[in-house]
Design a protein around this ligand. Structure first.
Ligand SMILES: [Zn+2]
Length: 359
C-alpha cells in the first residue's frame, strides 16, 4: 500500500489519506494536524444530545482513541436529538455507552472506540478519565461538571464545558493554568461570570425541553475545540465563552477572566473530587429520582429471580434490570444505581430501594 511520509517520519496509510483528505486539505490542519489527531486520545463523559454529536464528529474526524462513558439507557424521548441512537436501541433499553460504541465503530473502524457503562463519581473518575489528552463534557448535570472541573484542574488536563437547554447553549474550553475554570465561572458572585455562564442551574432538558439544533451547534463547537487541541493548534482555540441561541439566531462570545481567589484553580480546593459535595440522591427528569450507590456490584440475574414473585414486569437485558413496584418503574444497574420513575420524593425512592434491591 502506498504511504505518504512527511517531516515527522510518521506515516499515513493511503486509505487514511483518502478518508481524511478533505480535512487534510484544510490548510491550518493539514497532514501534520491529521497525524496528531490520529494519535490522540479523548474521553467523552455523558452520551446524550451533546455527547452523541461530539463523539460522532470526533470519530469521523479520526481521533485515535475515544472512550465514551455514560450511565443511562436509551429511551424513546432521546431519539429526537441523540444522533447515535436508533429505535431498536430504545426498544431494547440498551445502555447508551453500548449502543454508542456499536454505532461509532461502524462509522470508523480505524478508531479505537470504547463504551463504558458507569456513573462518573469521585471514586472512579481517576480510572475513567486519566491518560486522555482532553475531557469532553457531554453531561446533563451540575454535579458531574464540577467533578470534571476539579479532576481536570487538579490533573492539569484540558476539558471542554458545554451545555444546551431549550434553544440555547454555551461552551467554554478550560485549560488549567491558562484560562478560567468552571468554578471561576459559576462560583464567583459579583464578577458577572455566573450570569455569563447563562444556564440556570435548575433548568434541564427534562423541564424546559431542548431543540436538537441547539445541541447540534454546541456539540459541533465543542468538537471543533477538541480537534484544535488534539491536532496541536491550541493557538486557534476560542479562548472565550461562546453561546448561541438558535431560535433568536444570536451568537455571542465573551472573555472570561480567571478569578485569583477561585476555589479550584486558585486555592486548589477540590471538594467535588474529594466527594464532599455530591448528593447521594439526585432528581433526574421530570418525575424520576436516582439513587447512587457506590462500590457495589449487583448480580442482576439473581436479583431478577428474587424479584420474580414480589414485583411485576421484571425483566433484564444483561445490562440493567427493570421492574414495577410501589407505583414506580424501577431501573437497576449492575453498579448498584437505581432510577425510580414515577416519584419526585427521595424518601419513596430510598424506601423502595431498601425493600426491593436491598441496603
Ligand atoms: Zn477557577
Amino acid at each position: 500500500m502506498a504511504r505518504y511520509t512527511s517531516g515527522s517520519g510518521r506515516q499515513m496509510e493511503a486509505e487514511q489519506y483518502e478518508r481524511y483528505s478533505r480535512q487534510i486539505l484544510f490548510a491550518p490542519l493539514g497532514e501534520e494536524g491529521q497525524k496528531r489527531l490520529l494519535e490522540s486520545r479523548a474521553v467523552v463523559v455523558g452520551c446524550g444530545a451533546l455527547g452523541t454529536v461530539l463523539a460522532g464528529l470526533l470519530v469521523r474526524a479520526g481521533v485515535g482513541r475515544l472512550r465514551v462513558v455514560d450511565r443511562d439507557f436509551v429511551e424513546l424521548s432521546n431519539l429526537q436529538r441523540q444522533t447515535l441512537f436508533e429505535e431498536a436501541d430504545a426498544r431494547d433499553a440498551l445502555p447508551k455507552a453500548v449502543a454508542a460504541e456499536r454505532r461509532l465503530r461502524a462509522m470508523n473502524s480505524g478508531v479505537e472506540v470504547e463504551g463504558v457503562v458507569a456513573d462518573v463519581t469521585p471514586e472512579n473518575i481517576g480510572e475513567l478519565a486519566a491518560g486522555f489528552a482532553v475531557i469532553l463534557d457531554g453531561t446533563d448535570n451540575f454535579e458531574t461538571r464540577m467533578l470534571l472541573n476539579d479532576f481536570a484542574v487538579s490533573a492539569g488536563v484540558p476539558w471542554i464545558y458545554a451545555a444546551a437547554v431549550g434553544s440555547y447553549g454555551v461552551t467554554f474550553t478550560v485549560r488549567p493554568g491558562e484560562t478560567a475554570c468552571l468554578a471561576c465561572l459559576v462560583e464567583s458572585v459579583g464578577n458577572g461570570n455566573a450570569a455569563t455562564a447563562g444556564l440556570a442551574a435548575e433548568e434541564t432538558c427534562d423541564t424546559a425541553g431542548v431543540l436538537n439544533t441547539a445541541a447540534g451547534v454546541i456539540g459541533a463547537l465543542e468538537a471543533a475545540e477538541a480537534v484544535k487541541l488534539l491536532s496541536g493548534h491550541a493557538e486557534a482555540l476560542a479562548g472565550r465563552l461562546v453561546s448561541c441561541d438558535v431560535w433568536k439566531g444570536r451568537f455571542q462570545s465573551v472573555r472570561v477572566e480567571r478569578e485569583p481567589g477561585c476555589r479550584a484553580c486558585g486555592r486548589r480546593d477540590f471538594r467535588w473530587l474529594e466527594g464532599a459535595a455530591q448528593p447521594q440522591v439526585t432528581m433526574c427528569g421530570r418525575d424520576s429520582v436516582q439513587i447512587h450507590e457506590r462500590r457495589r456490584r449487583l448480580d442482576l440475574e439473581e436479583l431478577a429471580r428474587r424479584l420474580g414473585s414480589v414485583a411485576s414486569g421484571v425483566r433484564t437485558n444483561g445490562f440493567l434490570l427493570r421492574f414495577a413496584a410501589g407505583g414506580c418503574e424501577v431501573t437497576v444497574f449492575a453498579d448498584g444505581r437505581a432510577v425510580f420513575k414515577g416519584t419526585k420524593d427521595a424518601a419513596v425512592a430510598r424506601s423502595l430501594y431498601a425493600r426491593y434491591i436491598g441496603a
